[in-house]
Ligand binder design. Structure first.
Ligand SMILES: Nc1nc2c(ncn2[C@@H]2O[C@H](COP(=O)(O)O[C@H]3[C@@H](O)[C@H](n4cnc5c(=O)[nH]c(N)nc54)O[C@@H]3COP(=O)(O)O)[C@@H](O)[C@H]2O)c(=O)[nH]1
Length: 691
């Protein structure tokens, strides 16, 4: 009974009540039946009473059962109430615990949520970083602390041509272009080591050996303990920018039509040249060139033809200048400039500038063949000199421009110096130059003959033919003044040929007159010597005069002999093969190679007068003696020139110098005087023979 639950007990109790009520009803029914059963006899009554007693018993049993049940219910209810209280207590404790655990759980959950969010954020960042690394247009390379590549991105491969496989484990110096000096890399690493970072432009080399320019930034990555763990290099291809920069530079510094430097670049160069000239104490000449009547070409032909003409002019100007020192630029329109830099010799600056102006004018005078036409133009040049005519760009340009304007006023196709004294000199030069062209036709040249004597016998054995120019206005002009001009204009060729022809004819004439034969020496200038017509003109002179070649001597200077030695050697040999004597002039003033001298096997060595003037000193004496001995050992005879004093003559005699030329005996003589001398010489010989 105790084990039954309260609800089971209540159920049973309810059932019991029902059964009791049913029994009550049956008992009532039975009583009524009993009261009304008199008609049925005693049997029925007995039966009914019996059944009633059974009912009663049942009822009482049920009542007892009910009591028991109610008792049990009471027990159960009491037990349940007790349990209920314990349960309530337990539930309260449990609830508190559950609440505590729930809040703990909620807290942990929040933490977890935050952790998950953090992890997701970190993962997203990593993903982003990885995609940025890969998608970056900059080439990125990551190395370990020992500079071994551990990671590169796609852009790096694109930029350098190296794949990851080819790079991993290697040093990034595999990109070294070889264009930077070692100190460049030293500075770079110094910055990384001290500042942790370096950035700059660098030339690298791709796998296909192509060199490219890039902006490179290198950062050192450090641990918390400040130890370098990695290096990150980020490079941006700069080639396109470089090319555009070059293009922009080209456009802004060079003339698009002629590709010559434009005004801006020229001014920069002039500025640099002025500074250097100031520092190193030399001079500059600025030639401002303006084409004459250029507009007519544009009008008569077309602008494209005019453009072509300007391009051709630029080429010709460039061909005239010395690549190393001089600069040509187009200032605009038909205006050009030439800068002569590094003019060290003060004596020749005027000459150099005037020579250049001459050369430019001559080049521009040659016809230009354009579109099937021969187009003739000329130019006018204004010249300013640094520092005389200005010490800054603007002044020099302005004064050269002014000088050009002056030159235009005086007629085109000429040049004009800015400063007056220069112009006087230049005008003299111009007069000489113009006169030089006509001098041959006008028979303004003549030859003098300076006798050469045998040092021992004092007999005249030869003469040097020396040219003179009798200018109608300027008077007698020294060869020292006009020979360089003739050289630079090329007029030395006809003038030299004339001197050669006259000397041969005169010598032959003296021989024909029965005078003692002498060897006449003729000077050859550099241009003349290398002129391809030299041999034929000498042959012509000899044939026309019928002079035996052994009575002709040709003098070349020491400097000439030493330039292009092989070419010189062949030419000397060819002349000697004709039977002509070859002399090396001005010996000691230039640069000689004993080796060449030996190979040339020249006939005569002429010691320069500057040495003879120094013969009184011990060192001068020793030097001359050495030269004479060397010449003898090379099989040459020696002529001492510029001998002016007895002391010099005696010294030379003791040194076994064979021939003497100098004022001590004779100055250069007119041909008539030379003839008289030869007549006297002849009579000396006759006298000696008759004694
Ligand atoms: N290419 C050619 N060059 C020529 C020709 N004619 C002459 N020249 C060269 O011109 C330079 C100057 O010559 P010149 O003024 O005639 O002077 C010569 C002599 O007068 C001078 N000399 C001779 N002796 C003395 C002397 O005792 N004292 C002194 N102060 N001067 C003297 O030396 C000049 C000859 O020199 P060099 O020729 O070196 O023997 C001169 O360089 C000539 O070469 C020519 O036709 N063509």
């Amino acid at each position: 009974m105790q084990n039954k639950t309260k609800s089971t007990l209540l159920l049973e109790l309810r059932e019991l009540h029902q059964r009791l009520r049913k029994l009550e009803t049956e008992k009532d029914d039975l009583r009524i039946s009993l009261e009304t059963s008199t008609e049925h006899g005693d049997l029925i009554e007995y039966e009914l009473l019996n059944r009633l007693a059974i009912f009663r018993q049942q009822f009482e049993a049920l009542e007892q059962e009910k009591k028991d049940l109610e008792l049990s219910l009471q027990v159960v209810t009491e037990t349940t109430d007790l349990f209920q209280n314990e349960l309530l207590d337990a539930r309260d404790t449990l609830e508190i615990e559950v609440r505590r655990r729930t809040s703990e759980l909620a807290e942990n959950n929040l933490k977890l949520q935050a952790e998950i969010a953090e992890r997701e954020r970190a993962e997203a960042q990593l993903k982003l970083a990885a995609s940025v690394f890969q998608a970056s247009r900059e080439g990125i390379v990551i190395t370990d602390a020992n500079c071994h590549i551990i990671l590169i991105n796609e852009a790096f491969t694109k930029l350098t041509g190296y794949t990851e496989f080819e790079c991993l484990g290697r040093n990034p110096n595999l990109l070294k272009s070889g264009l930077h000096e070692e100190f460049f890399y030293q500075n770079m690493w110094e910055a990384i080591d001290t500042l942790g970072h370096w950035g700059g432009e660098i030339w690298n080399r791709r796998k296909n050996v192509e060199v490219f320019s890039c902006w490179l930034s290198i950062s050192a990555v450090k641990s918390e303990g400040q130890q370098v763990t990695h290096y990150i290099g980020i490079m941006t291809d700069n080639t396109h920018q470089r090319l555009s920069e070059q293009r922009i530079y080209q456009l802004s510094h060079y003339d698009a039509l002629t590709t010559l430097p434009n005004r801006a670049l020229f001014q920069d160069r002039l500025q640099v040249a002025i500074k250097r000239a100031h520092r190193e104490n030399y001079r500059l000449a600025l030639l401002f060139i303006d084409l004459d009547n250029f507009k007519d070409v544009n009008t008569a032909f077309s602008h494209p033809t005019g453009d072509q003409l300007l391009q051709n002019v630029a080429h010709r100007l460039l061909a005239c200048v010395n690549d190393d020192n001089d600069a040509v630029a187009r200032l605009g329109g038909d205006e050009f400039v030439v800068l002569l830099d590094n003019l060290k010799n003060e004596q020749t600056i005027l000459q150099n500038a005037a020579d250049m102006a001459d050369r430019l004018l001559r080049q521009l005078q040659r016809p230009f063949l354009l579109e099937g036409f021969e187009i003739f133009i000329s130019a006018t040049i204004g010249i300013s000199l640094y520092p005389e005519d200005g010490d800054d760009i603007d002044e020099l340009l302005k004064h050269a421009d002014n000088a050009m304007f002056e030159a235009k006023q005086q007629g085109r196709n000429n040049y004009h110096f800015y400063s007056k004294p220069m112009n006087v000199e230049a005008r003299k030069r111009l007069t000489m130059q113009n006169g030089l062209r006509r001098a041959l036709e006008n028979d303004e040249f003549y030859l003098c003959y300076q006798p050469q004597l045998d040092a021992k016998t004092r007999r005249v054995i030869g003469a040097e033919a020396l040219i003179r120019w009798q200018h109608p206005q300027l008077g007698l002009i020294s060869p020292n003044d006009f020979i360089p001009l003739a050289e630079s204009t090329g007029l030395i060729i006809p003038i030299g040929e004339w001197a050669l022809r006259i000397a041969c004819e005169q010598n032959k004439r003296w021989q024909n007159e029965g005078l003692p034969p002498i060897r006449v020496a003729v000077n050859l200038s550099v241009r003349q010597f290398y002129h391809q017509g030299l041999l034929s003109s000498i042959n012509a002179a000899l044939q026309q005069s019928h002079l035996d070649p052994r009575w002709l001597e040709l003098e070349i200077t020491e400097t000439l002999a030493m330039t292009s030695a092989d070419k010189t050697l062949k030419k000397i040999q060819a002349l000697q093969d004709l039977g002509i004597s070859m002399a090396i002039d001005d010996f000691g003033t230039g640069y000689s190679s004993l080796n060449y001298l030996k190979q040339f096997s020249l006939d005569i060595l002429k010691i320069d007068k500057s040495f003879i003037g120094d013969i009184h000193s011990t060192s001068g004496k020793a030097l001359i003696s050495t030269i004479i001995n060397m010449a003898h050992s090379l099989g040459m005879h020696v002529t001492a020139e510029g001998v002016e004093t007895l002391e010099q003559l005696e010294e030379l005699e003791t040194m076994a110098c064979e021939y003497i030329q100098g004022f001590i005996f004779y100055k250069p003589l007119l041909k008539e005087d030379m003839q008289q001398l030869l007549i006297r010489e002849n009579s000396k010989i006759v006298n000696t023979l008759s004694q």
